[in-house]
Design a protein around this ligand. Sequence first.
Ligand code: ISE
Length: 324
Amino acid sequence: MLRIGVIGLGTMGQIHLANLSSRPDEVQVVAVFDPDKDTVDSVVGETGIRQCGDAAELIFAEDVDAVLIASPAVQHWDQITFCLKAGKYVFCEKPLVTDAASLSEIQSVMRTGAAQRIWVGFMRRRDLAFCGLKADVDSGAIGRVVFSEMSHRNPFVPDSFTDEDYMLETFIHECDVVQWMLSDSISLVQVDAVAQEKEGAQRHDPQFITMTTATGSIVRLTGHISNGYGYDIRCEVVGEKGSRNLDDSLWAGERAGAADSLVSGHWSERFAQAYRDVIFSWIDDVVEGKHTGAGLHDGLRASQVAWALIEAIKHPGIPVPVAH
Ligand code: ISE
């Protein structure tokens, strides 16, 4: 039986908790921590799961074999280092790290076996539609990929959401999925002319981004995170022999208004299968002593692209290199 502790019981933590709890024969969630006591009470009140006083208490608890981190992004890397000190396996939500202050520390962990104990929650790698696109790229069916067109649309985000959050919390998915799907590295990014969303807002929306990979493939990405009507993720990969779109029939959704693709109300619906499978594969990996998911290296590579995007939005129209 794998004994797991969960840090953070916001939307994401609760989704992971539900998925973990659906495998009672192999997994037992033994402890949780969230600073919001009311949330903890309402989520695990009658379950018998222990409520810890802080993250360190949970991480160093003797009856916790593996830790799932779904805390605010800025806490991720510190909590991961605690897990490594405690010798625990850790699954951390994206982004792995929010700024470059810990870069050399991450690079030294990367040179050790401890890196194998870290998984990063890039669940799109388990989404059947994205897996289908990757299979077509890998098989050579569409030839060398010349460019890709991607969209990331959300119905709403909190008013406090900033341009930095846009890059680190939202586009971080594309930063990872592009490099994974194309087996390539993003080397240059550019944000084109952007308009402030509304008077006084801390963010620009929509955003128009161009990313160039090391092999010269181009990705055009449009973000629109307060469209007001639905969550809509699109991707078309265009190669020298043909093109492919995400197969929307692989998940259940609704058509919104005149939109020509399926939309869902929320990312948790659109990616329900991926969120489940990324957790199930983590459990399988830990139990079977392997690592088939996104790891420390992938988490850092995606954050490095997001950091370049944060720089690029300050200088619209100017290409910014990614420091890998
Ligand atoms: C959210 O935080 C997520 O993780 C979703 O996967 C993403 O698509 C969404 O835009 C984010 O706000």
